[in-house]
Design a protein around this ligand. Sequence first.
Ligand SMILES: [Zn+2]
Length: 178
Amino acid sequence: MQMNWRAGSGAAVCVVAMLVATAWAADPVPRSKEQAAMTNELPKTDAEWKKVLTPEQYRIMREKGTERAFTGRYYQTKEKGDYVCAGCGQVLFASKEKYDSGTGWPSFCGTAAPSNVTEKADTSHGMARTEVLCSRCGAHLGHVFPDGPPPSGLRYCINSEALSFRPAAKPEAGGSDR
Ligand SMILES: [Zn+2]
């Protein structure tokens, strides 16, 4: 009888402890929100974008600036791979459409996928141009002009700062792409 009483009492203490632990765990947890922002969610406010972009990237991508010609990272890049949005990682352009336009900015005669970029009339600075933006995060990328090489006749003139280059996987040992 004595033994049973003690066992019951111990179990009751245990249940109380579990309830307390559960109540603490169910508290509003800002930590889980933070983790979601880092994995999937894009920044929404100007302040949030300032945290994830460099000042130069912010000026170009969120304030529609332009980098100086012949100064960007990628205007001379010829390696095979994909150019993804520096803001959100969406694939925007492929190396096979890149060509040397001589302008000092990375130039492409087409996009990796038409739905990945948004084109918008831009009449700023007294010019009639077509602005190119990332369709996922709305970043300003550059402009598209109708003076590119055939067959498309298009020249996507893009700021290096808005791009991040992902080199294609190296060919298997023994293989060759020449
Ligand atoms: Zn983007």
